[in-house]
Design a protein around this ligand. Structure first.
Ligand code: AR6
Length: 174
C-alpha cells in the first residue's frame, strides 16, 4: 500500500462525510464561528459546543478531540490554524496537520478528513497551505499505519484543483 493509495481528494461539504473523524478549523477559544467551524457545529448540534466548553480552548497549532454527536463522523478533531500575517506561519500550520494526525493515530481512527485549514477567514494562501498539508500527511504515512486513509475535503472546484496540482507535484495523480 503506497501513500497515494491512502490519500483521497473530494470536493464537497465535510459535514456530510461518513468517516471516523473530520477535522475542524477552529479558533483558540473553541467558541465556534463561521466557515467550516460554523457548518460543523450546526450539523453536530449543541452538544458539540458543550464538549468544547468543557475542554476550554486550544492553542494555535495544537489539536483536541470530541465526539461527533449528530454528525455522521464519529469524532471531530479541532485544530487551530495560524492567521496569515505574511510568511512566518508555515510551521504552525504544519503543526495542525501533524498533531491532528497523531491524535487520530493515538485513538486508532482509520479514516480522517481535513478541510483546508487557515485558508478561509485566516487568509493563508491556498497553494502554500495545501503543499504543507500534503507533505505532513505523506510524512505521517511514511512512519505510521494509522490513520489508514486521509481525505482532503475541498470546498469548491478552485480549491480542489489547487490540491490536485499540489498532489501531482508530489507524484500523486488523483
Ligand atoms: N466543508 C469543507 N470545507 C469548508 C466548509 C465545509 N462545509 N465550509 C468552509 N470550508 P475557514 P480558517 C472551507 O474560514 O481560515 C472560523 O470562524 C473554506 O472554503 O472555515 O482556518 C473559526 O471559528 C476554506 O477553504 O477556516 C476561526 O475563527 C476552509 O474551509 C476561523 O474561522 C477553511 O476556512 C478559522 O479560519
Amino acid at each position: 500500500m503506497t501513500a497515494g493509495d491512502r490519500i483521497r481528494l473530494v470536493d464537497g461539504d465535510i459535514t456530510t462525510l461518513d468517516i471516523d473523524a473530520i477535522v475542524n478549523a477552529a479558533n483558540e477559544a473553541l467558541a465556534g464561528g463561521g466557515g467550516v467551524d460554523g457548518a460543523i457545529h450546526r450539523s453536530a448540534g449543541p452538544e458539540l459546543m458543550v464538549a468544547c466548553r468543557e475542554i476550554g480552548g486550544c492553542p494555535t497549532g495544537q489539536a483536541v478531540i470530541t465526539r461527533g454527536f449528530n454528525l455522521k463522523a464519529r469524532h471531530v478533531i479541532h485544530t487551530v490554524g495560524p492567521a496569515w500575517r505574511g510568511g512566518d506561519e508555515d510551521r504552525r500550520l504544519a503543526d495542525c496537520y501533524r498533531n491532528s494526525l497523531m491524535l487520530a493515530q493515538r485513538d486508532d481512527l482509520a479514516t480522517l478528513a481535513f478541510p483546508s485549514i487557515s485558508t478561509g477567514v485566516y487568509g493563508f494562501p491556498i497553494k502554500r497551505a495545501c503543499r504543507i498539508a500534503i507533505r505532513e500527511v505523506i510524512g505521517h504515512f511514511s512512519r505510521h499505519d494509522t490513520p489508514h486513509s486521509v481525505t482532503f475535503c475541498c470546498f469548491g472546484a478552485p480549491d480542489t484543483e489547487r490540491y490536485r496540482e499540489a498532489l501531482a507535484e508530489e507524484g500523486f495523480f488523483l
